[in-house]
Design a protein around this ligand. Structure first.
Ligand SMILES: [Zn+2]
Length: 74
């Protein structure tokens, strides 16, 4: 069992994130579709930046957004 890439918790099955961060990641990913429908075209990277800066974003999602942003190409 390895630990989450963002915290010390154990990973969720077949994931490199814990349950909390995995759930947050799914929320961030599904939020992208809603966001682009509501605000028009936005790049994945730009979206992640917005998520990270949004006061409404929870701590888990912020950490996930940061990680995804680092991993995604410009
Ligand atoms: Zn975690």
């Amino acid at each position: 069992m390895t630990s989450c890439r963002l915290c010390k918790r154990d990973c969720a099955p077949s994931s490199d994130l814990c349950n909390y961060h995995l759930t947050a990641k799914r929320n961030v990913e599904s939020g992208y579709k809603q966001w682009s429908e509501a605000y028009g075209a936005i790049t994945w990277k730009e979206y992640l930046k917005q998520v990270g800066q949004n006061k409404e974003t929870g701590q888990w999602a912020k950490e996930v957004a940061e990680l995804l942003s680092k991993e995604s190409p410009e």
